[in-house]
Ligand binder design. Sequence first.
Ligand SMILES: [Zn+2]
Length: 527
Amino acid sequence: MLNLLIKNGLILDGCGNPGFFGTVAVEGDSIHILRGDASDLRTKRTIDATGKVVSPGFIDVHSHSALTILADPRHEPKVHQGVTTELIGIDGNSYAPFPSEKEFRRFLRYNSGLDGDPDVKVSWSSVSDYLAMYDKKVAVNIAYIVGNSPLRIGAVGWQKKQATKAQLQNMKALLREAMEDGAFGMSTGLDYPPGRFADTDELVALSGEVTRLGGFYHTHSRYWYGDRYLDPFKEAIEIGRRSGVPVHITHMFRRVTNPGGARPILGLVESARDEGLDVTFDCFPYAYGGTRIIIVFPEWAQNEGPEKLLDVLRSPDARERLRNEVKPRGLTWDEMWLTYFKRPKNKKYEGKSVSQVAEMRKQHPVDALCDLLVEEELRVSYFAAVIDPLTINDFVTHPLFMVGSDALLLGDFPPPMAYGCYPVILGEIVREEKKLSLPDAVRRMTSYPAQRLGLRDRGVLRDGMKADLVVFDPRTIKANAARSNTRQRSTGVEYVVINGQVVIDNGQHTGALPGRALKRGRVSARP
Ligand SMILES: [Zn+2]
C-alpha cells in the first residue's frame, strides 16, 4: 500500500517545464507520478492539493545551519519555507575534520558569531562520524562540503604563513579523506582566517584534488583582493581555469562599496562559460548580508586564533590602534545591526545598531565592540545593508543564478532571509513583480542546485526519485519577516515531505526528523 497520494495539484517537475495536473504517489521514501484517475489506488493518506503547486523540496546551497540544527533538529525557520536539503560547510568553515576536540572548540569559539555555539556534544573526529550526527536525527537532508579552514588548521595551524610542500600534501590527504567520506567538494571563505591565508596556488593545488574526485569548488570570494570589485571573482574563475574544478561563486552580488555596476560582474561568469569553464553562482533577494562582527577587525588581530584575538581585544595598547583601524566595512556604524548576545545583561542590545549600542554604553563604537566581544567570548553577529538593492534584480534573473539563502539563524534579530528567502522569491519576485516564471524560479531552488551538487535522486519530480516534496499555495505564499521584525514565519507552504515523511502538515511541523546525511556519489577517480 502507498503511504501518501498528493492529488489534483499543479506538478512542477523542478526542471523549469510548465506544470501539469496529476498525482504524486509516495511509496517508502520515493515517488511515482500518476496521470489520470488514481481513485482505485489504496493509500494510507491522501492530500488534496487543488489550487496548489507540488514541487521538489528546495535545496539551499549556502546554509549556516550546521550547528544550530544539531541543537534544534526540527529546523522550523527553514522547513516552513520548503527547504528539504541544506548544504553545510560553506564559507571555508566546516566542523569536520579536526585533529582534536580542543581544536574543534577553538574553531567553534572563533566562528561563533557566524554559525553559533549551541551546546552540542562533540562525538566525532572523522567526517563520517560527523555526518552520522545528522542522519535520521534532523528534519532536513544534509549535504556537506569540507572547508579549507579546518584543512589548514589540521595541516598548517592558525598562523598566516605559506604552506610547505609537506603541509600541502597533508591538506590534500585530509581533503581526500573528507571526500571519500561523502563531502561534495571544498569550500572557501576568503575573508575568514585561517582559510583566508591560503594563496591562489594553494587553492589551485587543492582544487585539482577536488576535480580528480568529482567534486566542486564553492567559494566566498576574497572580497578584499585587488580592486575589491572584479578581482575577487577573477581569482575564483582562475582557480577553475588552472585546476579544472567546477566553480560555484556563492553570494555573488554588487556590494554598495563596489566602484562599478552588476554587469561587469555577470560578464565575468558569462565569458568564463563561453571559454568552456563550468561556473555557476548563487545569491538571495535581499540587500542585507550578515556575518560575525569580528570580521571588521584587522588581520593582525586575528592571525593566531581566538586566544590571541581575545588578548588583543583586552589590551589597552591595542585598543588605541584598533580605534583607528576598525572600520564599518564601507558602511557606517548606524547601518550595522547587532544580534546574538548570550549574557542576559547584553540582551538589550539585540537588533540595535553599533552606534546605538555605543551610545547606550557611552563608549566609542570600537571600544563597545571590543568589550562586548570579550564579554560574549567572541559571539556577536551583525547584519547590514551591504548589497546594492538596485542590482539585485540583475543577479536573481540571470540564467546562471540559483538560490542560496546565507541565512544566519542566530539571536533575536537574524537577517530576514533566515525566515523568508524562498517565499520572497515565490511571492514577490514571481507573483507580484513577475520577474521570473514560477517553473523557472522553482528550478533554481531544486534541479539546478541538485545538478551542481551532483545529487542524482533529488531535485526533480520523476518516477523513482526520493520523496522530498513541497506543496505551496502560489497565490498566498509570503515572507513575513522584515528588517524590524525578522523572526516571522512565512506563510503559504502547506505540506513538506522529506524522504517520504510528512514534516509540515497543513502548515504545522509534525516533529518528524527524517533527514539523511547525503553523500557524494562515487566516481572513479581519474589517474
Ligand atoms: Zn559567505
